[in-house]
Design a protein around this ligand. Structure first.
Ligand SMILES: Cc1cc2nc3c(=O)[nH]c(=O)nc-3n(C[C@H](O)[C@H](O)[C@H](O)COP(=O)(O)O)c2cc1C
Length: 176
């Protein structure tokens, strides 16, 4: 049996969803959780947890963030520098990555959260060394998600990647 929904179920209080759609809560559609890193205007590393993203390719390979808060540091630093790194955490460093939300000031959020910031090689942004996959990216385009909203869709072109060999068995042999 399938259940059809076109309105918020009565058990959910829409006023307490912090602006998120009831559909998101009810359907729980999975997407990867990543940490986006960039440099703030004072040169310190910034880190932002992002849960709404997808990946696709045509004339390159792209990461599309579907809901970036426009008053946050990620949006501002990407507009300033045009560059960032998309880092994939494994379960063992998840809590440290969550610390970046608390350490959301103007200092080095990566080091303050117990992680290691390295310089990326092709873009002007930091890499989180402990993450098993790091995508160096350049901003391709952005568009407001809705007419009067506070979030933007941002498309990033992936220009260089770092992959931890221990998570990709056989990688070494195909890259020689
Ligand atoms: C698990 C998780 C997922 C998140 N996903 C998003 C997201 O997709 N888009 C967004 O704008 N903020 C998201 N946030 C909120 C930001 O990570 C958070 O507000 C952060 O402090 C903003 O940092 P910034 O000001 O350095 O960009 C998420 C937070 C958590 C904990």
């Amino acid at each position: 049996m399938k259940i059809e929904l076109d309105d918020c179920p009565k058990v959910i209080d829409e006023k307490n969803l912090y602006g998120f759609s009831w559909m998101e809560h009810v359907m729980a559609i999975p997407s990867p959780l990543v940490v986006v890193t960039s440099y703030k205007s004072n040169g310190c590393p910034n880190a932002t947890m992002q849960s709404w993203c997808t990946f696709t390719g045509e004339e390159g390979y792209f990461c599309i963030f579907s809901s970036v808060y426009k008053a946050g540091h990620m949006y501002k630093t990407l507009k300033d520098t045009n560059q960032c790194v998309v880092n994939f955490p494994s379960k063992d460093i998840f809590l440290k990555c969550m610390e970046t939300v608390k350490n959301n000031g103007f200092d080095d959020e990566i080091t303050l959260s117990g992680l290691t910031a390295l310089k990326a090689s092709k873009v002007n942004a930091p890499i989180i060394n402990e993450c098993f996959l790091n995508l160096e990216c350049e901003l391709a385009w952005e568009k407001d998600l809705s007419e009067n909203g506070s979030h933007a869709v941002m498309c990033l072109k992936i220009v260089n990647v770092w992959m931890d060999e221990s998570c990709y068995p056989g990688l070494h042999s195909i890259c020689r």
